[in-house]
Design a binder for this molecule. Structure first.
Ligand code: NAD
Ligand code: UDP
Length: 314
């Protein structure tokens, strides 16, 4: 797996290990950390190889499955690392595909709902081609993922590689970085620290957030299938950013005010997956409700920040 020491990757490593699968995690730790996989590292089936996947890869022995997750994922990270993001979506994906083709392995790309850009179709189905500004500040991520999807399809067509593409929608949960700038960790940490919650723009823009265990189950279902995708993996319950901020504040039991900050450039205004394909092809749907997922997340962040909050009831 590439990117296994990140947020989603570390949970995926844990699930694979719990099935008795040997896991080689290739990660340069640019946005991930050893700490994320310190539990995994106690398992003899796990190996972390610190390397940059934009350079050619070699893994000894048989490989059944290549999961390509390496990429900065939060807008703050990919705008701080624009060239690295383009390279890992391009060269990194190429090397992961080469590895899969050489080993005769199944390949799964962690793509994103960002391929839909600021969508003109709602909810988003896999058949929608998207509305991406190719020269805006989000383009390094969106276009790298669109390129990665095209490259993945080229390997399927030209080399017969057994590929699958997951279009992952906003996921959240333990091990997100408190400072990675994404909405859920930012609001949770602000509420726990009794600071104002910084809602960007009107707060009327929407997201549909999926708890990490559901996302990981969806990725594994895709890996276990022969589906070529793309398949949306996300929770179809849509909320405005302001509603999410209010719910997090309530669940933390905080009096923090909700502040409006400058809206982000090219911020998608609506985001909600149609998950019919995931249901039909993978038998997958999310199971963890928003309140439950947020409470688990708050509980974890409270432990990290050493804060004493109402979430201790979890
Ligand atoms: P993350 O930043 O926590 O993890 C990404 C990992 O990739 C990190 O461990 C990082 O060090 C590693 N990495 C980056 N460039 C690398 C390189 N050149 N070589 C080796 N390792 C490299 O992000 P995440 O939230 O866990 O996302 C994982 C994947 O899922 C990403 O591809 C992301 O685009 C995709 N995704 C995530 C979400 C989400 O909500 N978390 C939504 C859509 C898509
Ligand atoms: N957002 C916000 N305050 C923050 C961080 C994000 O209001 O501190 C907004 C952001 O503008 C976007 C939504 O929350 O409308 C989701 O942002 P995130 O960075 O989590 O994910 P993405 O934009 O990639 O969906």
């Amino acid at each position: 797996m590439t990117g296994g020491a990140g947020f989603l990757g570390s949970h995926l490593c844990e699930q694979l290990l719990s099935r008795g699968t040997e896991v080689v995690c290739l990660d340069n730790l640019i946005t991930g950390s050893r700490r994320n996989v310190e539990e995994c590292a106690r398992n003899p089936l796990f190996r972390l190889v610190e390397c940059d996947v934009t350079r050619p890869l070699s893994v000894a022995g048989e490989v059944d499955l290549v999961l390509h997750l390496a990429s900065p994922a939060s807008p703050k990270d990919y705008q701080r690392l624009p060239i690295e993001t383009m390279l890992v979506g391009g060269q990194g994906c190429l090397h992961a595909l080469e590895l899969a083709a050489d080993k005769g392995a199944r390949f799964v790309l962690a793509s994103t709902s960002e391929v839909y850009g600021d969508p003109l179709e709602h909810p988003q189905r896999e058949s929608y081609w998207g509305n991406v500004n190719p020269v805006g500040p989000r383009a390094v991520y969106d276009e790298a993922k669109r390129y990665a999807e095209a490259l993945t399809c080229a390997y399927r067509r030209e080399r017969g590689t057994r590929t699958g593409i997951a279009r992952i929608f906003n996921s959240y949960g333990p091990r997100m970085h408190p400072d990675d700038g994404r909405m859920v960790p930012t609001f949770v940490c602000e509420a726990l620290r009794a600071e104002p919650l910084t809602v960007a723009g009107s707060g009327e823009q929407t997201r549909s957030v999926c708890y990490v265990s559901d996302t990981v189950r969806g990725l594994l279902a895709l890996a276990d299938s022969e589906s070529e995708g793309p398949v949306n993996i996300g929770n179809p319950h849509e909320h405005s950013v302001r509603q999410l901020a209010e719910m997090i504040r309530e669940l933390v039991g905080s009096d923090s005010p909700i502040d409006s900050t400058v809206g982000a450039v090219d911020d998608p205004q609506r985001r909600c997956p149609d998950i019919t394909v995931a249901g039909e092809q993978l038998g997958w749907q999310p199971e963890i409700g928003l309140r439950e997922g947020l409470l688990r997340t708050i509980h974890w962040f409270a432990g990290q920040l050493g804060a004493d909050t109402a979430s201790d009831r979890v």
